[in-house]
Ligand binder design. Structure first.
Ligand code: SF4
Length: 471
C-alpha cells in the first residue's frame, strides 16, 4: 500500500454513430481509470460544437450523479478525467475537463502530468494580461493553444505550437468543435494509448479501458505524437517523435492497473518479475509470503514462485473508504488502521515475508509490521519491489519533499529498525530496469537515482504550490 498517490486518468471518445450513448461510454470507461485518481471526476460532451460538462469532487458515482449525466445529453465527441492532486491546490476550478470559449468556439481539455516550466509559462501569460481561474497546468496549456490559434489555420497547428513550449510530462486529451485530439509528451513519461470500443475511437491513459469495455486496443501513442480523430478517421502527426524517451518506471510499480499493458509490457508480469528478482536478491527462510494490497500482491506471488515458499493472504484492505472519510482523517493512524488489517489465522506463529511496492515516509510500513506482530507473526521480513525512493518526483506524482523521504535520510538498517522488521530488502535499480526490458522506450527512474530526464530547476513541489497560491 504505497504512500505514493495515483496519477490522473484521461479519456476521449469520437463516434460517427448517432446511436452510441457517448456519455454512458465515457462514464463506464472512467471506472476503469478510477485507480488513477479519486479526488474528482468530470465529463465534457460536444454536441455539434456546443460543449456541456459536469465535474465535481469525489469518486465517480459521487462526482457524476445520474441527473448530471442526463443533463449532458448526447454528442459525437466526449472527454473525461479522474483527478488526483499533482501538487496544486485542488479547488473546483482545478478539476477537469477544463472548458473554455475562445475565438474559434469552444475547447475542452484534460491532462495527466505536470509541467516543469509552469512558472515561466504562467509569468509570460500574466505579462500579456491573462486572467486565470485556476492554478493548474491545464489552464496554462489552454491559453497557449488559444493564443496560437489566432495566427494558425488549424487546431492541429495551434496545438503543436502550444505543446512545443511545454516542458515536463503530459498526456493530453482535448476536443475542438469537430475533433478529438491526444498528445503524448516527447519523452513519453506518461502513458497514452488508443483503440476502439464498438465503432467508436477511444484515447485513454491505460489499455485496461479497452478490456473493461469489450473494446480493442490498437496501440500506444508514441512519445511526441499527436493523434487527431475526426469524421474522416485517425490522423497521426509524428514530427516531434524520435527523441530521448523516459517512461515513468512507477507505472509498472504502482500507477497502472495490473491488467494494463504499458508500452508493450504487461504490468502484471512486470510486478511478478520484480518479485522473482527480489527473491533472488534477498532470500530468507520463512513460512509464508504475503503481499500488501493492492500493488504488492503480484510481486508477492512472483517471490513465492521463485522461492518455493507458499503464498498466503496476510493483510486485508478495506476498499470502501470514500473521499469524505479520507479528508477527515487524513494521515492519521486511525485511517491506517481502518484501511488495513492482518489476517490472524494465516500469520499467527509464522515467519512472514511481506512484499510492498514502495516506501516513501515509512509510516505505513511501520504500521504493517505492527499489525503483523499483533496478529502473532513470529518473524517479519519486509521486501520492497522497487529501489529506495530517494528523490521527489516533479513530473506528476504527489511525493513529499526529499527530507521527508525515509530512504534519503536513513540507511537500510536504520529503516529496518524504524519499522521494527526483522529484515528489510529492496529491489536494485538494475533489476528495476530489467523488469520492463521488453519496452521499446527508455525510462525515468529519477525517484530512485536522482537523475531526472530533464531540467527540473524551475519547479519544486512546495515552491510550485506556494507560488501558485500567491499569484
Ligand atoms: S521521478 Fe519516479 S515517479 Fe516521477 S516520473 Fe520519474 S520514475 Fe516516475
Amino acid at each position: 500500500m504505497s504512500e505514493l498517490h495515483d496519477e490522473c486518468g484521461v479519456f476521449g471518445i469520437f463516434t460517427n454513430d448517432a446511436s452510441v450513448n457517448i456519455v454512458e461510454e465515457t462514464y463506464l470507461s472512467l471506472y476503469a481509470l478510477q485507480h488513477r485518481g479519486q479526488v474528482g471526476a468530470g465529463i465534457a460532451v460536444n454536441n455539434n460544437g456546443n460543449i456541456i460538462y459536469h465535474k465535481d469532487f469525489g469518486m465517480i458515482p459521487e462526482a457524476l450523479p445520474e441527473r448530471e449525466l442526463l443533463r449532458l445529453g448526447s454528442g459525437r465527441i466526449a472527454i473525461g478525467h479522474v483527478k488526483y492532486s499533482s501538487g496544486e491546490q485542488v479547488d473546483h476550478e482545478n478539476l477537469a475537463p477544463l472548458v473554455m470559449r475562445y475565438i474559434k468556439g469552444q475547447l475542452a481539455l484534460c491532462i495527466n502530468g505536470a509541467l516543469t516550466n509552469y512558472h515561466e509559462l504562467r509569468n509570460d501569460l500574466n505579462q500579456g494580461a491573462a486572467i486565470f481561474q485556476s492554478n493548474g497546468d491545464t489552464e496554462v496549456i489552454a491559453y497557449l493553444i488559444a493564443r496560437a490559434r489566432i495566427n494558425t489555420s488549424s487546431i492541429e497547428e495551434a496545438v503543436r505550437q502550444a505543446v512545443c513550449r511545454l516542458n515536463g510530462a503530459y498526456a493530453l486529451v482535448m476536443m475542438s468543435p469537430s475533433k478529438l485530439i491526444g498528445v503524448r509528451d516527447p519523452m513519453g513519461i506518461r502513458p497514452l494509448c488508443y483503440g476502439k470500443i464498438g465503432s467508436s475511437y477511444v484515447i485513454a491513459s491505460e489499455s485496461c479501458v479497452f478490456d473493461s469495455m469489450g473494446g480493442e486496443f490498437i496501440r500506444d501513442i508514441q512519445p511526441g505524437e499527436m493523434l487527431v480523430i475526426d469524421s474522416e478517421g485517425v490522423h497521426s502527426y509524428t514530427d516531434d517523435c524520435g527523441g530521448k524517451t523516459a517512461l515513468c518506471m512507477f507505472e509498472y510499480v504502482f500507477f497502472s492497473r495490473p491488467d494494463s499493458v504499458v508500452d508493450g509490457v504487461s504490468v502484471n508480469q512486470a510486478r511478478q518479475r520484480a518479485g522473482k528478482l527480489l527473491a533472488k536478491q534477498h532470500p530468507v527462510e520463512a513460512d509464508i509470503v504475503c503481499g500488501v494490497p493492492d500493488c504488492g500482491i503480484e510481486s508477492a506471488i512472483g517471490y513465492a514462485m521463485e522461492s518455493g515458499i507458499p503464498y498466503a493472504t496476510g493483510l486485508i484492505k478495506n476498499k470502501y473508504i470514500g473521499r469524505a472519510f479520507n479528508d477527515r482523517k487524513k494521515n492519521s493512524e486511525y485511517l491506517m488502521r481502518i484501511k488495513l488489517n492482518a489476517l490472524k489465522n494465516n500469520v499467527n506463529g509464522k515467519r512472514v515475508i511481506v512484499i510492498d511496492d514502495s516506501i516513501l515516509k515509512g509510516k505505513t510500513s511501520r504500521h504493517i509490521v505492527e499489525l503483523l506482530r499483533n496478529a502473532g507473526a513470529k518473524e517479519i521480513h519486509m521486501r520492497i519491489a522497487s529501489p529506495p525512493f530517494i528523490s521527489p518526483c516533479y513530473l506528476n506524482s504527489d511525493t513529499t519533499s526529499k527530507d521527508k523521504l525515509i530512504a534519503s535520510t536513513k540507511s537500510i538498517d536504520e529503516m529496518r529498525d524504524y519499522m521494527g522488521a526483522d529484515s528489510l530488502g529492496f529491489l536494485s535499480v538494475e533489476s528495476m530496469r530489467e523488469i520492463a526490458k521488453e519496452s521499446k522506450l527508455g525510462f525515468c527512474d529519477a525517484c530512485f537515482t536522482g537523475n531526472y530526464p530533464m531540467d527540473v530547476s524551475d519547479t519544486s513541489r512546495e515552491d510550485k504550490y506556494s507560488r501558485k497560491i500567491e499569484s
